[in-house]
Ligand binder design. Structure first.
Ligand code: SF4
Length: 236
């Protein structure tokens, strides 16, 4: 597995669990607002010091009893065919797994669920259907290919007994309030929906570093518009 980074302790990324976060290199999207270009762009990935898989598992051994979970994120973890094997090794080491995903591979999600390899999933919903492919810079497909995949992942998650959340980073110039309403109607009903405020720093497209962010009041108003559609909705 190509490991591009390791955060040794996180108190906030895995709900109610002390965890570490492992960052897998490579992504099939090119969201211009992405904060992790060093895990996305092949040129930057090649300059990133790699963490060997055995070093990561040696680290996990030293943390037994101190942390309980591993957040597997990217990049986009589900593009790696060896992800089930990687997750099974984490499970065998005695840890719970939270997967962060862009939802582009319902096939991989199904495989992971069938093998009982994940305990929590956070899935990004990047845009309303009609804007999706363009918003995430997904090239090489036509028609509804990507939206169909995202929709399959949404349904797999909602029909599973795996604890999960949907989340959207709200980016001025990409999303309007109406876009968030459309997303909310698309994914409803759902247990948990998080609206994340975009931070204009170190973005994949440098032009996004100049963007204004939505202020607290605007984020609150967006949240209030869609709150009735969910069991729980939060701002981050
Ligand atoms: S924000 Fe977009 S480009 Fe960045 S890692 Fe996530 S899916 Fe990939």
């Amino acid at each position: 597995m190509k490991i591009g980074g390791l955060q040794k302790l996180t108190l906030i990324d895995y709900p109610n669990i002390l965890a570490c976060t492992v960052f897998l290199s490579g992504c099939n999207f090119r969201c211009p607002w992405c904060y992790s270009s060093e895990l996305v762009l092949p040129k930057l990935i090649s300059h990133q010091p790699e963490i060997k898989e055995n070093e990561f598992f040696d680290f996990l051994k030293t943390k037994k009893g101190l942390i309980d979970g591993v957040v597997v994120c990217g990049g986009e973890p589900t593009i790696h065919q060896e992800l089930p094997l990687f997750c099974s090794k984490i499970k065998n080491a005695g840890y719970k797994i939270k997967l962060d995903t862009n939802g582009s591979s319902p096939e991989m999600l199904e495989k992971l669920f069938k093998l009982k390899l994940v305990d929590y999933v956070a899935m990004d919903i990047k845009a309303p259907k009609e804007k999706y492919t363009q918003a995430v810079g997904f090239e090489g497909t036509t028609g509804n290919y990507l939206v169909d995949k995202i929709e399959q992942s949404i349904n797999i998650l909602k029909n599973s007994n795996i604890d999960h959340e949907f989340r959207t980073t709200v980016v001025p110039g990409v999303h309007t309030k109406e876009d968030i309403v459309k997303i909310a109607h698309w994914i409803r009903p759902a247990k948990k929906y998080f609206l994340q405020k975009f931070r204009p720093e170190k973005t994949l497209d440098p032009a996004f570093e100049e963007k204004q962010t939505f202020d607290e009041e605007e984020m609150y108003q967006i949240k209030e518009c869609v709150a009735p559609l969910f069991d729980a909705i939060y701002l981050r």
